[in-house]
Design a protein around this ligand. Sequence first.
Ligand SMILES: Nc1ncnc2c1ncn2[C@@H]1O[C@H](COP(=O)(O)OP(=O)(O)OP(=O)(O)O)[C@@H](O)[C@H]1O
Ligand SMILES: [Mg+2]
Length: 254
Amino acid sequence: MTSSSPMAPEAPASVATPVVEVRNVTAGYLPGVNILNSCSLVANDGELIGIIGPNGAGKSTLLKAIFGLVKVRDGDIRLRGEVITNLKANKLVAQGVGFVPQTNNVFPSLTIQENLEMGMFQKPKGVKERLEFVTEIFPELRKRLGQRAGSLSGGERQMVAMSRALMMGPHVLLLDEPSAGLSPVRQDEAFLRVKEINKAGVTTIMVEQNARRCLQICDRGYVLDQGKDAYTGTGRELLNDPKVIGLYLGTLGD
Ligand SMILES: Nc1ncnc2c1ncn2[C@@H]1O[C@H](COP(=O)(O)OP(=O)(O)OP(=O)(O)O)[C@@H](O)[C@H]1O
Ligand SMILES: [Mg+2]
């Protein structure tokens, strides 16, 4: 009998290691008004997680809650098992978490290079190596390092914002609508870049308006509705779920 015989013991199934855990989080901006209502999400090591849902569902708020930018009132958030609820953004950056906000994500009066170096303020050593890494993912930035970010298109700004977050060499990346405002071809490109970053070992949580495309590339997805994780599953499961199609995909995507 050879080692490949059916009698040979199976290799144990790999066990998923949770990197980010959001447990029953309630959060909001104004006193008495909750935007997230007992919302939960898990991102395992190396996963690409997609978050979709209607406008105002709380998608951006969920990323901000993870990144310490909106007050969590109940529930908790963990990073590799350690509670990080309401920990400030600078502490999270030091722990390897990067965040690219939906809007206002570059310093317009600074050059591309200065924007990228701003991402390294906590880790001034290694700028050159990181710059090499990000300009490999975004080669179009390489030739334009001296250009002011304010003169860039929306898509180009998004690239700078992502690159800035990547300068710190994060293990976890929170992306808010990386394809927003881009032409369909540019959107495909943006998704490819996100996939590339994720494949380099960065656990990624991405909010997307382009729901169909997002579910096509993510490992698992969450549908957020009224501040709550309404549905979850693999991207494929959600794409084929009649309830998700009817409520959230019908008029979105392709
Ligand atoms: N700074 C703020 N102060 C008060 N309310 C806010 C603030 N930011 C967001 N909200 C409210 O929180 C709710 C959820 O907003 P959020 O930006 O999280 O939604 P979203 O799912 O990201 O929507 P979109 O798809 O339009 O980006 C909205 O009703 C919004 O008005
Ligand atoms: Mg949003």
